[in-house]
Design a protein. Structure first.
Length: 127
């Protein structure tokens, strides 16, 4: 891959790393619940869905000057990621009694910004 600038390459790498970390977390939740479909298809489906959402939200990120806009953007990002993961879970037969994947994953993603490392990674990756 050829990048026009080093900063563009670094941004791409940060986004890819962020998506990979998210995929790992979501996929581990899916494995705990059990899969009825191919593990490879499921993991790739998670990665593709999350990557698409992260790229979309990265383009929509507001300036850091408005904390209210940034908070609303962050909440929207986490909710969209949870919905994407939820669709992959349903499409790939993730099992489990009373499993509401959208709510479960939304809570998982929403709790992540409380960790300074994850928050820094998320904000750096999407700037």
């Amino acid at each position: 891959m050829t990048c026009i600038t080093n900063s563009a390459c670094e941004e791409d790498v940060r986004l890819e790393n962020f998506v990979a970390d998210l995929t790992s977390v979501v996929y581990s939740v899916f494995l705990q619940r059990g899969l009825s479909d191919s593990w490879l298809k499921t993991e790739l489906g998670v990665w593709k869905a999350l990557k698409t959402a992260v790229q979309k939200w990265a383009r929509q990120r507001p300036s850091a000057e408005s904390s209210q806009e940034l908070e609303a953007w962050r909440a929207g990002l986490w909710q969209d990621l949870a919905q994407c993961a939820s669709h992959v879970a349903m499409a790939n037969g993730v099992a489990g009694p009373r499993f509401d994947p959208e709510m479960c994953l939304y809570q998982l993603f929403a709790s992540r910004p409380q960790s300074p490392q994850v928050l820094e990674c998320a904000l750096d990756a999407i700037q």
